[in-house]
Design a protein around this ligand. Structure first.
Ligand SMILES: [Zn+2]
Length: 212
C-alpha cells in the first residue's frame, strides 16, 4: 500500500491503482490490464470497470448505483460486455504497437470500432454548471454497454488525433505500458521516470561501476 501511495503521488497510478501514465482515457484503457494492488486483469469485472471510469471522472457515484442493478438483473450480459471490452483492448494495443513501430494500423479495428460506436445514440442537453451552463452529451438508451461509451469515444478521438504518431511503448523489457511522447525533445523512453526510468538509470550506473 505504501508503494501505491508513493506511485500515486508521482502520478504513475491513481489512488485506485490504475496506471495513468497514458495521460488520456484511451491510453490508460490500453494500460488497464494490470492494476497496482490487485491480481489478474485490472478490468476483470464490471465493478472494476466502474471503478476505472469513476477514477477517471467519467462516472459519478449516483450513476453507478443504476449500473449496479444490471449486475443483479443481467449478470451474463454484464460479463459479456467485459469480454467484448477486453477484446477491444487487445486489438487496440495491437494498433498502438503498430503505430509505435511506425507501421500502418489494422484497418479492421477501425471498422469494428465504427460498428460499436454506431450502436450508441446520444442527445444534447443544456445543464447548469459552475456559474453558468454547459452542453452535455447524454446517451439515449439504458444498458450496461453504455459504460463502454466514454472509452470507445476517446479511442476514436485518439486515433483521429496527432498523438497517434507520438505513441510509444515503455523501453523496459518487463513493462508493457504505452504513453504519448509529448516531451519537447521527443526522447522520452520510459512510461515514467519514477519507475522504469529510474531503474534503468540505476542499472546503467551499476554496469558502469562493474566495468570500471
Ligand atoms: Zn515502464
Amino acid at each position: 500500500m505504501a508503494k501505491l501511495k508513493t506511485l500515486a503521488n508521482a502520478g504513475v497510478v491513481n489512488s485506485d491503482g490504475f496506471y495513468v501514465v497514458g495521460g488520456r482515457t484511451a491510453i490508460d484503457f490500453a494500460n488497464s490490464a494490470t492494476r497496482m494492488g490487485s491480481e489478474g486483469d485490472g478490468l476483470a469485472s464490471m465493478d472494476d470497470l466502474m471503478q476505472f471510469l469513476k477514477s477517471l471522472g467519467h462516472l459519478h457515484e449516483d450513476e453507478a448505483s443504476a449500473y449496479h442493478m444490471y449486475l443483479f438483473q443481467a449478470p451474463d450480459r454484464c460479463q459479456q460486455m467485459m469480454t467484448t471490452l477486453q477484446d477491444v483492448r487487445a486489438r487496440f494495443r495491437d494498433c498502438l504497437k503498430q503505430a509505435a513501430d511506425g507501421w500502418p494500423m489494422d484497418m479492421g479495428f477501425m471498422t469494428s470500432l465504427n460498428e460499436m460506436l454506431a450502436s450508441f445514440h446520444t442527445r444534447l442537453e443544456l445543464v447548469p454548471s459552475d456559474g453558468g451552463y454547459e452542453v452535455k452529451t447524454l446517451l439515449v438508451e439504458d444498458g450496461p454497454e453504455q459504460l463502454m461509451y466514454p472509452i470507445l469515444k476517446d479511442v476514436a478521438e485518439f486515433l483521429a488525433s496527432d498523438q497517434v504518431e507520438k505513441v510509444r511503448q515503455c523501453a523496459a523489457d518487463d513493462c508493457e505500458l504505452f504513453f504519448v511522447n509529448q516531451s519537447r525533445n521527443g526522447r522520452r523512453r520510459w512510461c515514467s521516470m519514477s519507475t522504469c526510468g529510474n531503474r534503468a538509470k540505476v542499472n546503467a550506473y551499476l554496469k558502469r561501476k562493474e566495468s570500471a
